[in-house]
Design a protein around this ligand. Structure first.
Ligand code: NAP
Length: 335
């Protein structure tokens, strides 16, 4: 059994994580933090957990967390996460960080895109990016894992095999993504109020979404050369799910079947990536840890289409997959 604490337990990713951990035979949830006053039972904040978990939310210091738990899932926003993680690591905890704090390897790139100095810059570049399909060996036994962003997971899983096999050019890649509203978290924001986003689809943060350097960095490391994607996210009036359509140029003459076969070969042994022939839709992966991927060749462009549940493969499911790898449990446990 592994004693687990969850930081930021009132959020959307946390409730999904708790539901997964409740069915994990080796997970013992011993602490859940929140800044809310009065230490309410966690089921009061997440009614879906009623009669499933007997635990109260507490505003704990990192030292208090470390005295109870050996593994910490940080579901805090960026900035808040990096201000506590060094203390948890010093106290001997292993940490899976949901935020973007440890995903980028360069503190200057972090400052440029996040508009603030990093709290723990010396650690950047030494933290494994928690995408098992690409970095499984480095995740095994890791002390700190940077859980990937939801949009980057959908884009990287679709494009990495094609870049790695040299089937597509690293330049000129366009990534067009649509996300359900839970992607913005439970914390109230004007843009995610019901009348603002219902019955409306809009692009946002065009050219400046913070997942752009993350996609660039990982695809660049796979391609072995600089990659700069044009990434445009859209907010879609649904609860959850991400659909990503990416456009790239073939590096040589290829057939659609060759592109699909490259994806099938790359993911042949992967439990959570399904290379499909039909066109994916977000409902196909809702509530699951799957990412569905397919490809088409249209007018000389390779189009990859991928979808996943932002709260599962895009966050909490990926975190449990990483937890399993860190502790040597079967990778698919609870998933
Ligand atoms: N939503 C997604 O689809 C998704 C996917 C991948 C990654 N992520 C990342 O996962 C993390 C959690 O996302 P989420 O969607 O679960 O967010 P959320 O629903 O907004 O929850 C975040 C929680 O963190 C706590 N919190 C907020 N600001 C804080 C601060 N300054 N200091 C300490 N605690 C603070 C809040 O709890 P209290 O107010 O109760 O203290 C809140 O419930 C974020 O870093 C996000 O970028 C989210």
């Amino acid at each position: 059994m592994t004693r687990i604490a969850i930081l930021g337990a009132t959020g959307y990713t946390a409730v999904e994580l708790i539901k997964l951990l409740l069915r994990h035979p080796e997970a013992d949830l011993v602490a859940a933090t929140s800044r809310q006053e009065g230490n309410p039972p966690i089921a009061m904040v997440h009614p879906s957990l009623h009669r499933r978990i007997d635990l109260n939310l507490e505003d704990l210091t990192p030292q208090e967390v470390a005295s109870r738990a050996e593994c910490v899932f940080s579901c805090l926003p960026h900035g808040a996460s990096a201000s506590v993680i060094p203390h948890l690591l010093d106290a001997g905890c292993r940490v899976i960080d949901f935020s973007a704090d440890y995903r980028l390897s360069d503190p200057q790139v972090f400052a440029q895109w996040y508009g603030e100095k990093h709290h723990d810059p010396d650690r950047l570049g030494k933290v494994v990016y928690g995408l098992p399909e690409l970095f499984r060996e480095q995740i095994l036994g890791a002390r700190l894992v940077a859980n990937p962003g939801c949009y980057p997971t959908s884009a990287i899983l679709a494009l990495a095999p094609l870049l790695k096999s040299g089937l597509i050019e690293p330049e000129g890649i366009i990534v067009d993504s649509k996300s359900g509203v839970s992607g913005a978290g439970r914390t109230l924001k004007l843009t995610t109020h019901y009348p603002e986003c219902n019955e409306s689809i809009s692009a946002y943060n065009v050219g400046r979404h913070r997942h752009t350097p993350e996609i660039d960095q990982i695809l660049g490391s796979v391609a072995g050369t600089k990659v700069e994607v044009v990434f445009t996210p859209h907010l879609v009036p649904m609860d959850r799910g991400i659909l990503t359509t990416a456009y790239s140029r073939p590096a040589r003459q290829v057939t659609e079947e060759e592109v699909l076969q490259a994806l099938r070969d790359f993911y042949a042994e992967e439990p959570f990536v399904r290379v499909i022939d039909h066109l994916p839709g977000t409902k196909d992966t809702m509530g699951t840890n799957f990412c569905d991927v397919t490809a088409r060749l249209v007018r000389g462009r390779v189009i990859t289409i991928s979808c996943l549940d932002n709260l599962v493969k895009g966050a909490s499911g990926a975190a449990v997959q990483n937890f399993n790898l860190i502790y040597g449990y079967p990778e698919t446990t609870a998933l």
